[in-house]
Design a protein around this ligand. Structure first.
Ligand code: AMP
Ligand code: ZN
Ligand code: FE
Ligand code: FE
Length: 280
């Protein structure tokens, strides 16, 4: 019998940030999608990883500890994946705690903006919508939807929450370099998330200069050719190559997300990046 190549997905979210499946449910769905190795990469929290590992042991799905840290340059929002950290390191967890504190402050500012527009959304309602420690704009969107202010989460983003929209508020002041350093302090490999959603490829060399080690080449872009472009860029700058679904929920209709199994990271690239994961 020919052994099938291992299927790897290095980007997904749980209820600990803005995903809608618990870590256990996520691992079960990953198994159904025949994935062998997955990285759990919640926004600014690693709270879901232990539960995912437990479920992964039962179902023979290998769990890579991951994170997706929000940061920005002067003009662009940049998300940084961290893979293979020893996530119990205190400095790393302290950094994440600060980032989540800034997320709560951001929600308060967004609610103020919405109030000015006549939409009554209290920060407490948004925090109540978040099941885990890491609250974000999708939770605001869900409250707007529940209250009937919008017809969909997508519409909430389009009208109010997306970059440049009326209730948009900048995320915490954290640069790509700071995100890279935080991931490295825990022995993880920093990988620039979905470069094709940033809007400017010229910032990639700049972030390489900050110590970037990998590029998320495979993501659900509108055109396959985008992946080819990023593959070339990754090779030019000698960056590790990764890919993942950025899964948030079943039946998700977001333009930028995919379902489990839709986008994977070729195993040959995983083997290379894995050599650099924290050994602890
Ligand atoms: P935040 O972490 O608060 O900055 O929110 C960013 C998250 O919002 C992303 O990771 C996506 O999950 C989600 N998101 C971004 N744009 C959209 C959109 N147009 N529709 C639905 N969800 C979105
Ligand atoms: Zn998200
Ligand atoms: Fe992201
Ligand atoms: Fe993501």
């Amino acid at each position: 019998m020919i052994k099938k190549e291992l299927l790897v997905d290095l980007h997904m979210h749980t209820t600990h940030s803005d995903g809608e499946l618990t870590p256990t449910e996520l691992v079960k769905e990953a198994k159904k999608a025949e994935l062998d190795i997955i990285a759990v990469t919640d926004h600014d929290t690693t709270e879901g990883i232990d539960e995912a590992k437990e479920a992964g042991e039962k179902l023979s799905v290998r769990i890579i500890p991951g994170i997706e840290i929000s940061s920005h340059t002067e003009n662009f929002e940049t998300h940084m994946l961290g893979l293979g950290m020893n996530y119990e390191i205190k400095d790393f967890q302290d950094g994440l705690t600060n980032l989540r504190g800034a997320r709560i402050q951001r929600i308060e500012k967004i609610c103020n903006q919405l109030k000015k527009l006549g939409l009554k959304v209290e920060p407490e309602e948004v925090l109540g919508e978040a099941e885990g420690l890491s609250v974000g704009r999708p939770h605001v969107a869900r409250v707007l939807l529940k209250k009937g202010y919008v017809n969909s989460v997508n519409q909430a983003f389009r009208r109010y929450l997306k970059y440049g929209a009326v209730a948009y508020v900048e995320s915490q002041d954290f640069s790509p370099k700071q995100a890279i350093n935080l991931i490295k302090c825990a022995g993880g490999v920093p990988v620039l998330s979905h470069p094709g959603l940033i809007g400017d490829d010229t910032i990639i060399p700049q972030i390489v200069g900050d110590g970037l080690m990998g590029l998320e080449v495979f993501h659900r872009y509108d055109k396959q050719s985008r992946c080819d472009e990023y593959l070339k860029i990754a090779k030019r700058y000698k960056l590790f190559i990764t890919g993942g679904s950025d899964f948030h929920t079943l039946g998700d209709s977001k333009e930028t997300a995919a379902q489990l199994g839709d986008i994977t990271c070729p195993y040959e690239y995983f083997v290379e990046i894995e050599k650099n994961f924290s050994k602890v």
